[in-house]
Design a protein around this ligand. Sequence first.
Ligand SMILES: [Zn+2]
Length: 441
Amino acid sequence: MSARASSPAPNGSATILLADQVLTLDASETIHTPGAVTIQGTNIVAVGPPPTRPAGGVVDLRGCVLLPGLVNTHTHTPMWVFRGLTEDVPRGEWLTGRLLPLERRLGPDELRCGALAGCLELIENGVTTIADRYGHMDAVAAAVEASGLRAVVGHSLFDRSAESDLARSEELIKRFGTDPAHSRVWAGIAPHATDTCGRDLLRRVRSLADRTGARVFIHLAQSEEEVATVAARDGAGCANYLDSLGLLAPEVVVAHATYLTDAEADLVGARGTAVAHCPSSNAKLEGRVAPIARMRRAGAVVGLGTDAACCNNGMDLFEEMKIAGLLNKVAADDPAALPALDILRAATSEAARALGIDHLVGTLEPGKRADVIAVRARSAHLMPWHDPVANLVYAARGSDVVAVFVDGRPLLRDGRLVELDAERILADAAQAARVLADARG
Ligand SMILES: [Zn+2]
């Protein structure tokens, strides 16, 4: 990539990204070698071979491959501050035994600092869209918005604080709306999980979703404890419980779905539910692989998620793609299971479908938003470039990303953040994490 690359032009004139190759990930799997993506304002206006006489500002990304910005279907950006504090915890103790005591020590200011550092990490790794959910989402959402990422944000709801959580969810919806076509940051509704949210709260969530058009984001069957609690309380499996409340549906994104019976996995798929698959988090915290193959076969839309930085221990979706491939092959006892193209789509076009934004992002096509990333391809671990998809899934690293555009706006250029002050953000977040330093168990 040339250090002399010119700056993208302002709205009105076109900017042409020139690269060795463009993977569009459109329905025909079109690849242009070499290729160009032309941006005008927030949108892509042309994708194809490099124009012979470029009309507009040129960004020279030769040596790179362009692909759609990665879509991360499950994150908790503020939890960046907990990285390294929840290691090798016995099954069943991670959430209540280790995480909750840490969470109680932090307020909105620390969480906002952590969220901004988390967003920085995501941008550096080529992520352009996130589905982010946590407490104090009013403070966290401000950080996410300031980062330049595209994001759906949800305030976590629990039975124990249902009234105030619902009020905060409504505020978030009022502030950001629920339409991703109108706002780079928009609101979802984020009940925590099937064990921490009883019928009354989830009925109110369903009706708020119906009234506002917001998507619903919920953890599903993420631990044996959750499964046992729901069975004792409702006499049902976690997925059956959600289904009885109308919350297995295409506009509902369930995260993890680790401990499902075969019949429940089939039901999740039959309802066309969106699933956020977080394989490294599931492996590290539960020692399990979610039944993704079964849910996909039955009709689920599966996107990849990194989960939080303290779950796996980072937010590199390239690494997540490789781990998804490896673990699902092991789970299926079949090296041909979950082909590389399916994995790349689970981080781009299918992830966008899972979040209901596939009309906006997830592929490089004219009319879509200009969420584009450039991966430096001329390095020892990525050559030769025989198979672009396999190279991106199994050989590329987040640190190979040298340029990131969201809505045509450059967030990363020459491997450096364009607007965010990385030094200050990391110093502030490290300071915010200091209060946790004596909490290592
Ligand atoms: Zn989560």
